[in-house]
Design a protein around this ligand. Structure first.
Ligand code: NI
Length: 165
């Protein structure tokens, strides 16, 4: 594999506010970007990473929720609907773009998820647990939204000051 030149953008970098474009070409360069993202995510001990975070503004997410770190998942052009019978699930979230800070965030725990794989095949599932909240966190990135948008402005400002140093 070529040298991984990806760098993770850190809050408050304005590029993290970019809305990502739909992937239309399922080619080798999409695959390579996904593998490079996975690589950098593993290195930084993350469980999910959106292309936005490495300054590639396309709708691509990589994830691995396994303890052994050997079950990579790829989500291209993901979309979700919150199901009517959901409750709120609170989870202490971290983010590689907001290093050193964890915040408890509540998100709907039941969604209907549709996505494409790296070859362009469409999949649909109703996940639960960690995958549900993690995919919502990552899909926020594709909309230019960050975990710090869910907390109080005072706290957000404190994090901004610390990370801007
Ligand atoms: Ni994140």
């Amino acid at each position: 594999m070529a040298t991984n030149r990806l760098k993770i953008l850190k809050f408050p970098d304005p590029r993290l506010r970019t809305v990502a474009k739909k992937v239309t070409k399922f080619d080798k360069s999409l695959e390579n970007l996904a593998y490079d993202m996975l690589d950098i995510m593993y290195k930084d001990n993350g469980i999910g990473l959106a292309a936005t975070q490495v300054d590639h503004h396309i709708r691509l997410i990589v994830m691995d929720l396994s303890d052994e770190r050997n079950e990579p998942m790829y989500f291209v052009n993901p979309e979700y609907k919150i199901l009517d019978n959901h409750s709120l699930f609170s989870f202490e979230e971290g983010c590689l773009s907001v290093p050193g800070f964890n915040e408890v965030i509540s998100r709907p725990d039941k969604i209907d998820l549709t996505w494409q794989d790296l070859q362009g095949n469409t999949h649909n599932d109703s996940p639960d647990g960690l995958l549900t909240v993690c995919i919502q966190h990552e899909m926020d990135h594709l909309e230019g939204k960050l975990m710090v948008d869910y907390i109080s402005p005072i706290k957000r400002d404190r994090i901004r000051k610390k990370l801007s140093k």
